[in-house]
Design a protein around this ligand. Structure first.
Ligand SMILES: NC(=O)c1ccc[n+]([C@@H]2O[C@H](COP(=O)([O-])OP(=O)(O)OC[C@H]3O[C@@H](n4cnc5c(N)ncnc54)[C@H](O)[C@@H]3O)[C@@H](O)[C@H]2O)c1
Length: 258
């Protein structure tokens, strides 16, 4: 029997087969969870449709824009029609304007700052808010988001996304404090670099990948499967009293001081 048998899990953020969210979805499927997989745009739905045969049970799919309250309400209504409770919510979503990821940090625009915060940080609160009744109905629920070391250290080129991730990690702590008495845990996974669509928007991703291989305690890059397995732990009863935490899946890079 899988660790997540009988659980309903929503995993937001599959754009294609390289997405961290897809690694998480596959791991959850392997462990027996029923999946809801939102997609942002039609092109990503086409990618998703091609991936679905890899899953053991067909997921529910639905369009979702995390910056649009109507879209979030539609998701909540569609979910309510099909399931009484949501046991696991994964937020694997981020975006910033290309220009804010390529120019110097001090040149970040007001608009670009707000955009990055809205999509990459506030969206965790927005999703949790929209799906709160179903999370409470689960009795014990687990919310998981994806962050990066750029939240706590100034990383070259990570810029406005690092600031958004800092806000995201603070959001994890405040949501955890707020929702703990309702049985809802909230944690983040801080992943090392992975070549994905979002990562291709960060200048120097190849340098980050080779820096991990050169300097991390475990001199290997991580995989989306690694993140999926960590997410299974955070979603499962094995982590019942872990909340408000950031778990690093980065081959140990963050502990190295040079
Ligand atoms: N790839 C890495 O090196 C790395 C490292 C650490 C953390 N992360 C984080 O992991 C998460 C997933 O990114 P990824 O690397 O798998 O890239 P990805 O491009 O595969 O996934 C990003 C997802 O965000 C979604 N998204 C963006 N704007 C949205 C919106 N308005 N509404 C709904 N969805 C929206 C996209 O559709 C996409 O599915 C992000 O939070 C990212 O910051 C990535």
């Amino acid at each position: 029997m899988g660790l997540l048998e009988g659980k309903v899990a929503l995993v937001a953020g599959v754009a294609n087969k390289r997405s961290i969210a897809w690694g998480i979805a596959r791991a959850f499927d392997r462990e027996g969870a029923a999946l809801i997989l939102p997609y942002q745009i039609e092109r990503f739905k086409e990618n998703l449709d091609k991936l679905l045969p890899e899953l053991s049970q067909p997921p529910m799919t639905i369009q979702l824009d995390v910056t649009d309250d109507v879209s979030l309400a539609n998701l909540a209504n569609a979910l309510k029609e099909r399931y009484d409770a949501l046991h696991i919510l994964v937020h694997s979503v981020a975006h910033a304007k290309t220009e804010d990821m390529s120019r110097r940090f001090f040149q970040t625009s007001r608009d670009g700052y707000h955009f990055a915060q809205d999509v990459s940080s506030y969206s965790l609160t927005a999703l949790t808010q929209a799906l709160h009744p179903q999370l409470v109905a689960a009795g014990r629920a687990s919310v998981i988001t994806m962050t990066h070391e750029g939240a706590v250290r100034a990383m070259p080129n990570y810029n406005v996304m690092g600031v958004a991730k800092a806000a995201l990690e603070a959001t994890v702590r405040y949501l955890a404090l707020d929702l703990g008495s309702e049985g809802i845990r909230v944690n983040a996974i801080s992943a090392g670099p992975v070549k994905t669509l979002a990562a291709s928007g960060v200048k120097g991703i190849s340098t980050a990948l080779s820096a991990t291989r050169d300097r991390a305690p475990i001199p290997e890059n991580i995989t989306t499967e690694d993140v999926g397995n960590a997410a299974v732990f955070l979603a499962s009863p094995w982590s019942t009293h872990i909340t408000g935490s950031v778990i690093y899946v980065d081959s140990g890079s963050h502990i190295v001081g040079y």
